[in-house]
Design a protein around this ligand. Structure first.
Ligand code: ZN
Length: 173
């Protein structure tokens, strides 16, 4: 059973820059599995380590169709090498910003370099929803949230709603 908990915005821990992983050991592998578990349990398609309070450059993702087989992906020290000029727009959400959504425009294709859990170097192109999701998660590693891509007015409105939810949760507990 995982003991990880997802941090809800606004929270200063979500604004920090995560550190590269220097050694891929058992602890890292267990952490990636725990992150996948909590991501699936929360019905998310991506999760970055800082969202569970760990400032390491680790991401898990699964953008597969729910009716099809699971396609879990694990990224260690991901780095965007190139992006397409063409963009696509998706309505984004985030496990750290529950019930909040906004349209965000990002490059449609990204070329990403990363290590897998066996320490193997990969260089791969991602398209469409996977490209958007991966950019969203890499943003987390750099202390950025999807609401940083929308207007200040919309962003403030979202943070106000989240603060209200937070206060209600504190009162209840
Ligand atoms: Zn997110």
């Amino acid at each position: 059973m995982s003991s990880l908990q997802i941090i809800i915005a606004p929270d200063p821990r979500l604004l920090k820059i995560s550190k590269p992983v220097s050694e891929i050991n058992k602890k890292i592998k267990y952490l990636l599995d725990d992150m996948l578990e909590i991501m699936y349990k929360s019905n998310g398609i991506g999760l970055a380590a800082p969202q569970v309070g760990i400032l390491s450059r680790l991401i898990v993702m699964d953008c597969s169709d729910k009716n099809n087989n699971k396609k879990p992906l694990k990224f260690i020290n991901p780095e965007i090498l190139n992006t397409s000029r063409e963009t696509s727009e998706f309505e984004e959400g985030c496990l750290s910003l529950p019930t909040q959504f906004a349209k965000v425009e990002r490059p449609e294709v990204v070329l990403v370099k990363y290590k897998d859990e066996n320490g193997k170097n990969n260089k791969k192109k991602f398209y469409g929803l996977e490209a958007t999701c991966l950019q969203h998660e890499i943003d987390h590693l750099n202390g950025k949230l999807f609401v940083d891509h929308i207007s200040k007015l919309k962003r403030n409105r979202i943070f106000q709603k989240l603060l209200k939810h937070k206060k209600q949760r504190i009162k209840k507990s």
